[in-house]
Design a protein around this ligand. Structure first.
Ligand SMILES: [Fe+2]
Length: 488
């Protein structure tokens, strides 16, 4: 049968859509995920939680490792409107690989029990009250005060999870009745074990909050810092004596909210970008602000005090961020690793480029947080402008003293997530330890976890653990040492 041309193409379109929809149902994919790259391909959510003890291992897992590599990220259960779904807002899922005595014991994935998630999954809500404008907790997972905490920015309380990934309670660590927001990027002082964090609240646009929480999880001090335009403050940095506050050019946007954005924050070149130095124990009036050119920083690498009174901060700097897309952060922008030196006497900032390779997820040996350091790690991006065409990347090891980079590529078909450093017991050198990451197949096959010797990055993995399923590309990763947990 020969249909008239317009009808023929309408018929073909309908048929194609039906076939596509059928294929999406068959593959347990969210229908019409092609409306949003963060619901498709390597980002696509898993449709269920997994548990497996059958894990193929190549190489030798270091026997000293006794814990789990935990990675958290968005894994939306349902999406009302894929066109306006924002990657940062998806329901949180934790992936964990349990290692002990040189063996891979299990891999597990489980949702973080925000109230909205528990309701969608027909599970009982967990104790405690959530807080803030939205409740998914999906951005970072840390071991603090002997417990595991899933974290998110913009207002919701952390959620405590146990070593089997079951959510236990909403709580701002060990503090009752504190109506304060938290962040996904606290920094732990390696000497005191205390947390320092700069936090913002999605509903409060004229101030951000510095929180100092002691090693027992109790709030020691908090400072309310006046700001303009509701800046998104994703991270901060600390030295031995002070915290650095990033007041930059991604701000709350009424326009974006009116467009229906689920995350109404957008590039605002008119905002005066500035970085503030606040001594521990100081007040908002004591902050020394340094104005800088418009930019955005998702992640700092480290910071430290110099004897001169100057302060050094290294960070991945985005030339701009969240300009157009209301779905996610991957769009046209420059990224580079920069060093800022804040001069005490002159009030000037000196900026130098440490590496112009496009990269993100900077990490260090955290025993050196806030202290002079030599080694750092990050992951490169071939391009960082199109979430539909993510290409393979490499793990980078920076030697900041020799200004050299040692890298390892996992091959054309693979993309690594954040690589974290785990120090060897009794390490004599800063870089004596392992790098570990989740590595994702670009063809959407099952993922793997790799372990590299941080002193021999270019030799590649000393161990590879093959997972039974695909882990969607997500956010932050940490090694949770089970020997440090008070509650198992
Ligand atoms: Fe982050």
């Amino acid at each position: 049968m020969q249909l008239p041309k317009p009808l023929s193409s309408m018929f073909k379109n309908t048929l194609n859509k039906s076939i596509q929809y059928g294929a999406e149902i068959l593959h347990n994919r969210i229908p019409y995920a092609h409306d949003n790259p963060y619901l498709d391909g390597i980002f696509a959510p898993q449709r269920q939680e997994h548990f497996s003890t059958q894990l193929k291992v190549e190489g030798q897992i270091p026997k000293e490792l006794d814990g789990a590599l935990m990675r958290i990220g968005p894994n939306p259960i349902t999406v009302k409107n894929p066109k306006i779904y924002h990657w940062f807002t998806g329901d949180g899922m934790i992936h964990a690989l349990r290692l002990k005595e040189g063996e891979a014991h299990w891999y597990k994935s489980q949702y973080v029990g925000a109230d909205s998630v528990q309701k969608k999954l027909h599970r009982s809500v967990i104790p405690g009250k959530s807080r803030g404008v939205a409740d998914p907790v999906n951005t970072n997972i840390i071991n603090f005060a002997g417990k595991i905490w899933a974290l998110v920015e913009a207002g919701a309380y952390p959620i405590e999870v146990n070593s089997e990934l079951e959510s236990k309670r909403h709580h701002l660590f060990e503090n009752d009745d504190l109506d304060l927001p938290f962040t996904a990027h606290p920094h732990i002082d390696p000497d005191t074990g205390d947390i320092h964090a700069v936090c913002y609240d999605g509903l409060t646009h004229n101030k951000v909050f510095y929180l100092h929480i002691d090693v027992q999880g109790k709030l020691k001090n908090h400072v309310e810092i006046p700001v303009k335009h509701g800046p998104m403050v994703h991270d901060c940095a600390i030295t031995e004596s002070q915290v650095l506050i990033l007041d930059l050019n991604v701000n709350f946007s009424v326009q974006s909210a009116l467009k229906g954005s689920l995350l109404p924050y957008q590039w605002n070149p008119k905002h005066q970008a500035r970085i503030g130095l606040l001594s521990f124990g100081g007040s908002a009036q004591d902050i020394r602000w340094y104005n800088i050119d418009p930019c955005f920083i998702f992640h700092t690498m480290n910071a430290y005090d110099l004897d001169t009174g100057n302060v050094v901060m290294d960070a991945v700097v985005h030339s701009k961020a969240m300009v157009h897309s209301i779905q996610g952060p991957i769009e046209d922008q420059d990224l580079r690793l920069e060093r800022f030196v804040f001069e005490k006497g002159t009030g000037k900032v000196k900026r130098t480029i440490l590496s112009d390779v496009k990269q993100e997820f900077p990490r260090i040996n955290e025993a050196y947080t806030g202290r002079p350091y030599r080694y750092a790690y990050s992951i490169s991006f071939g391009e960082f402008d199109d979430p539909y065409h993510v290409s393979s990347n490499s793990l980078l090891g920076h030697d900041l003293e020799t200004t050299t980079i040692e890298s390892y590529s996992f091959g054309e078909n693979w993309v690594t997530g954040e690589a974290i450093f785990v120090e060897k017991e009794g390490a004599q050198a800063e870089n004596e330890g392992w790098l570990m990451s989740y590595v994702h197949a670009l063809d959407c096959g099952p993922s793997k976890v790799v372990i590299l010797d941080a002193q021999h990055i270019k030799d590649g993995p000393i161990a590879t653990i093959y997972l039974p399923v695909r882990v969607p590309v997500g956010f932050h990763c940490n090694w949770i040492d089970y020997r440090e947990l008070k509650v198992i």
